[in-house]
Design a protein around this ligand. Structure first.
Ligand code: 7RM
Length: 638
């Protein structure tokens, strides 16, 4: 018996030791006992980090939707698979059973086929958090089409860049979306994006807000009439273990987002196994992850992981602040949520509004609380623990990435003693290493360094779509024979890990990974701007907020800084989305640069955090006097 369900700390160590002593045989056992295969694998694992090439369960044949839906029909056809909670608390929740999910996915899959989508084709999904989003993701997987979900808060340029990069033939969207008291014109954004996407042949539109929209003849169709006509049975496409399942974009240090490619079998096995253990999910539990399916958290821990376990997974369309800041707790009470998984930024936003709204609701159903997306600070951790968990629910601070596909460092509830701000120990099968600047592994405890992983795990991304060289350069070139995460971490006296943050130029704002480069590109489009540099600074709600340093072009005439600031934020909103707007803007006469012309963001970061005495070595700067000027500006503003 593989230990599919870990029950205590001793068992964790025992299973962990087994999993790292022989990873292939460990994962083989898990795969064998808990999934449905059309054909067994010939080889569990082959890998070479120098290429890099990683293959899990090679030779196996399967379909992930058979594992997420069909195989549960016999034993739990009437169990709720997806519990949809709408934006408006007065609109009734919708319970979609496993049987209904099967029918809806089959119908949707048949519609995709009827519009020419075949195995391997890319389908871009730009939908709000409504059932059609989960259903369409599964429909793609059922017929072997590669889904690429783009978060429906991204701008039209961000959308078109992604559509063009993965060469999607089809876009799935809705007329609009609800967001608290507002509506968003999604179809309008798609129309704008598609002006730059000649490869898109068809757009299927779900009706959500009943708005007047433009339907382009020969390209756009309403989804519902097609679904009504579609057959309710659709055979699964038999996929190879390493066939692509999806592409999901994540920002990088250049302007171009990285299309992380995940494949089928390993991703399924790892997300299912982590879901079961990290949330200690039991039959009849109601599990809720508040993320959007547009992020990896939603892919792995709203859709695939929970459904592969036959769980009930909640999908929430709305926002934590509507109609008031008690909405999350109202939903917990209403649906008797047992596991609640959210981001530190949400916890901080809610904590800001005191404890009255949390105390108003009965949260006694809760058993496990989760955190993901960024380091959870001590204060937020305690607020979450005291007021939401009432000191009775373990908090799982789960560290992982779009690239890792599943949770990597985390406590196992009721087993691992938790410690505020620590993600604690590696999950089963995960072998972390801390590295120093010289490429040497740092052994022992009470040390810090750069976080790497030494051995492949089943759900790791296999490549960057269309750019394998960039995959190699970004993740496998910094340290020999290791996957480099881009994060820094420390290991305490008992071996617990605490993630300290990104060591590169990606800033995490409200749990969203934003690259500095595309934001700077947007700012630089302003006709008065010469140059810009973006850094993050600590913010009590968002975790980090963005601060921009801008130099203006020397035109002889003076510009109104307030106007330029407004225009710059508008450009950012148009090009990337409102999430990337700058909280602070300073107009400076020069940026701190190295002699080779590289902007030293490290210095700007320190100044923005008011750590004026920790600027480190400034001798490599081209013009050290700009540092004093910037310091004075920021100090005067504080
Ligand atoms: C799941 C997700 C990945 C980056 C990652 C970290 C940061 C995520 C934690 C965390 C500290 C955590 N994917 N991060 N979880 N930092 N503690 N528990 O967020 O691709 O969008 O971001 O997020 O820097 O590298 S992601």
């Amino acid at each position: 018996m593989s230990n599919y369900h870990i029950k205590n700390f001793e068992e964790y160590f025992q299973v962990y030791r087994k999993s790292v002593r022989n990873p292939a045989s460990f994962w083989e056992e898990v795969a064998e006992e808990h999934f449905t295969w059309q054909k067994r694998w010939d080889n569990v694992l082959s890998w070479d980090f120098t290429k890099p090439e990683i293959k899990w369960f090679e030779g196996a044949k399967l379909n992930i939707t058979e594992n997420c839906i069909d195989r549960h029909l016999w034993s739990k056809g009437d169990k709720t698979a997806i519990l949809f909670e709408p934006n408006d608390p007065n609109e009734p929740a919708e319970k979609i059973t496993y049987r209904e999910l099967h029918t809806r996915v089959c119908k949707f899959a048949n519609v995709l086929k009827s519009r020419g989508i075949k195995k391997g084709d890319r389908v871009c999904i730009y939908l709000p958090m409504i059932p059609e989003l989960a259903v369409s993701v599964l429909a793609c997987a059922r017929i072997g089409a590669v889904h690429s979900v783009v978060f429906a808060g991204f701008s039209s340029t961000a959308l078109s860049t992604r559509i063009v990069d993965c060469d999607a033939k089809m876009v799935l969207t809705s007329d609009g979306s609800y967001r608290g008291s507002k509506t968003i014109d999604l179809k309008g954004i798609v129309d704008e994006a598609l002006e730059d996407c000649p490869g898109v042949e068809s757009v299927l539109v779900a009706k959500r807000i009943d708005s007047e929209i433009n339907m382009k003849e020969g390209r756009d169709e309403w989804l519902q009439p097609l679904l009504d006509e579609a057959d309710s049975e659709c055979e699964i496409e038999i996929m190879d273990a390493e066939d692509p399942l999806f592409i999901l974009y994540t920002s990088g240090s250049t302007g171009m987002p990285k299309g992380m490619l995940h494949t089928t079998a390993g991703y399924m096995v790892y997300t299912a196994y982590t879901f079961k253990n990290v949330f200690q999910y039991r039959e009849d539990d109601i599990y809720w992850c508040t993320a959007d399916i547009g992020w990896i958290t939603g892919h792995s821990y709203i859709v695939y992981g929970p459904l592969a376990n036959g769980a009930t997974t909640v999908m929430f369309e709305g926002v934590p602040s509507y109609p008031d800041f008690g909405r999350f707790w109202e939903i917990v009470e209403k649906h008797k949520i047992n596991q609640f998984y959210t981001a530190p930024t949400a916890v901080r936003a809610l904590a800001k509004h005191g404890t009255e709204l949390v105390e108003k609701y009965d949260l006694s159903s809760l058993k496990v609380l989760g955190s993901v997306g960024e380091p959870i600070n001590e204060e937020a951790w305690h607020w979450y623990n005291d007021n939401v968990g009432k000191k009775k629910c373990p908090i799982v601070d789960t560290w992982w990435q779009t690239e890792t596909g599943g949770i990597m460092i985390t406590p196992i509830p009721f087993s691992t003693p938790t410690k505020p701000t620590y993600a604690t120990l590696p999950f089963i099968g995960i072998q972390p290493a801390l590295m120093d600047e010289n490429g040497e592994e740092i052994h022992g405890n009470q040390v810090d360094g750069r976080l790497c992983i030494k051995h492949p795990w089943p759900s790791m991304a296999r490549t960057i779509w269309g750019n394998h060289q960039r995959y190699k350069d970004t993740y496998f070139s910094a340290y020999e024979n290791k996957y480099f995460t881009g994060d820094g971490a420390l290991r305490d006296e008992v071996g617990y890990y605490r993630i300290t943050g990104r060591v590169d130029d990606v800033i995490i704002v409200s749990g969203h990974n934003l690259g500095t480069a595309p934001i700077e590109d947007a700012i630089n489009e302003h006709n008065a701007v010469a140059e810009s540099a973006i850094v993050g600074f600590p913010h009590d709600v968002k975790g980090n907020a963005l601060c921009g340093y801008i130099t203006l072009k020397d035109t002889g005439e003076s510009r109104d800084h307030t106007n330029v600031s407004k225009e710059v934020n508008q450009l950012i909103t148009d090009r990337i989305g409102p999430i990337a707007k700058l909280d602070k803007i300073y107009f400076v006469s020069g940026l701190p640069k190295t002699r080779s012309g590289k902007i030293m963001r490290r210095i700007l970061r320190k100044i923005s955090a008011h750590e004026y005495n920790q600027l480190g070595d400034t001798s490599t700067l081209l013009d050290p006097t700009v540092v004093d000027e910037i310091k004075e500006l920021v100090k005067a503003d504080a």
